[in-house]
Write a protein that binds this ligand. Structure first.
Ligand code: XIL
Length: 425
């Protein structure tokens, strides 16, 4: 049974004794409070830590007051209740055969309102940070699958599809890969990576991680952000510093990564994911050329991920459609993987402008048969990467800091309910 957001207990007691009860409902393995869980993201760590501190303080206060105000009794009440699926993004999108997704990190599921919102509103999840190289493969000989395993269990329990992010990126690399540029820390700082040694490391990494989630993960961002704005190849340790053996050979290293991933899970849908390549420009042209080449050569590419981190002045909807259509004509799927619409303030005017963009982006995806996923990068302004990455911006997601539905949410729900045309995906 899905948990109803509207029936969560009062904030003052919500994370106290009801939390374990709520967690018992599925097999999710959450990390213990004292574990240093958040190496992948210091922002997340800070927030989770302060959340945990608040949780502990509330627990103490409730403990002291329970005999007089009945706090314990109240918080023990079950928070699960049926709700009207048609009034949720997930439910309303179903008739369009459209997945509504959210990128999540498992520690946030400790936050009861976060957890309930995810369960209620989304049919698909993506690992936001927990399968990035540094998180999942922190030491040469050791992997940490705890975060992703928790999301696999959570997604399965709640009948959600799970998408994984990512196998190859120029960022989020552990020191043993990245330190001193391409010095191989394991063998001492004077042993640089060679294309041969790095090739072996990446082949093993991809095989290990993809194989583990075979049958659980329906799609992978195999390569993230490989292009520069002018369509040239982005310089990176994987491409040419020193690269995995295809330096200077354009997209060949991407093809190699796709081939490895396909060998590890022939059923998984394989994507290249990129930002600023949503509309028609040099970057999206390069992506298109790559895709066409790959398909001609039989390289296993199934789709293109469009990150879609935009501002509220985004107005290239026609070009976006054209770009999706040309990729669709190649036989590829297109997924909106990281949608958010950042604002400079949360005035009514800004929130309405934001709602308009969300609505129009969703409409493009509904209209274009190649578009199979509308996924936001997070769900709530409480946990969003925007303020840190884009100084002066924030308020980018459909739920505000207190999980209140914003105009963007309402606009999307209305569209999903109104649209009569069912896209034939
Ligand atoms: C971001 C995360 O949201 C942050 O928490 C982390 O510190 C850095 O990475 N495009 C991507 C994502 O493909 O992996 C990025 O995620 C956001 C931009």
């Amino acid at each position: 049974m899905w948990e109803s957001l509207d029936n969560l207990p009062d904030v003052s007691c919500e994370h106290v004794d009801n939390q374990p009860d709520a967690l018992k409902a599925d097999t999710l393995r959450l990390k213990s409070n004292d574990e240093p869980t958040m190496s992948f993201d210091c922002r997340l760590a800070k927030r989770t830590r302060s959340f945990e501190q608040v949780t502990r303080s509330v627990a103490v206060i409730c403990g002291m007051l329970l005999s007089t105000i009945g706090c314990r009794k109240e918080v023990r009440e079950p928070i699960t209740q049926k709700f009207d699926a048609a009034q949720t993004l997930r439910g309303a999108a179903e008739k369009h055969h459209l997945l509504m997704g959210a990128a999540v990190d498992s520690p946030y599921l400790n936050d009861a309102r976060y957890r309930a919102t995810v369960i209620q509103e989304y049919s698909a999840l993506e690992t936001a940070n927990e399968l990035k190289f540094d998180a999942v493969h922190p030491k040469p000989e050791s992997y940490d699958f705890s975060g992703a395993d928790a999301l696999v269990a959570f997604a399965r329990t709640n009948s959600m599809k799970l998408r994984a992010h990512n196998l190859l990126w120029h960022r989020s690399l552990p020191n043993w890969i990245a330190v001193n540029d391409w010095m191989h820390a394991q063998n001492g700082p004077s042993t640089p990576w060679t294309p041969e040694t790095l090739n072996k490391v990446l082949a093993e990494h991809i095989a290990t991680v993809v194989r583990r989630y075979r049958g659980e993960v329906y799609a992978w961002d195999v390569v993230n952000e490989p292009f520069n704005e002018d369509g040239s190849m982005r310089s990176s340790i994987w491409y040419e510093k020193p690269g995995i053996g295809f330096a200077g050979e354009g997209t060949k290293y991407i093809a190699q990564a796709l081939i490895w991933a396909h060998a590890a899970d022939p059923e998984a849908r394989l994507f290249v994911n990129e930002y600023n390549a949503e509309t028609l420009n040099k970057k999206s042209d390069a992506m298109y050329e790559m895709a066409r080449d790959f398909l001609r050569q039989g390289v296993p590419l199934n789709g293109i991920g469009m990150q879609m981190h935009v501002e509220s002045d985004f107005n290239s909807f026609e070009d976006l459609s054209k770009n999706i259509q040309r990729l669709g004509r190649l036989g590829l799927e297109v997924q909106f993987t990281e949608v958010d619409v950042r604002l400079r303030d949360d005035s009514d005017v800004s929130l309405r402008a934001q709602a308009d963009i969300y609505e129009r982006l969703l409409n493009v995806c509904l209209r274009e048969s190649a578009c199979t996923l509308f996924q936001t990068w997070g769900i709530t302004d409480r946990y969003s990467f925007i303020p840190e990455t884009f100084r002066g911006y924030g308020w980018a997601l459909p739920f505000d800091e207190n999980y209140k539905k914003k105009p963007a949410y309402n606009a999307m729900l209305k569209q999903l309910q109104l649209q009569s045309k069912v896209a034939e995906h």
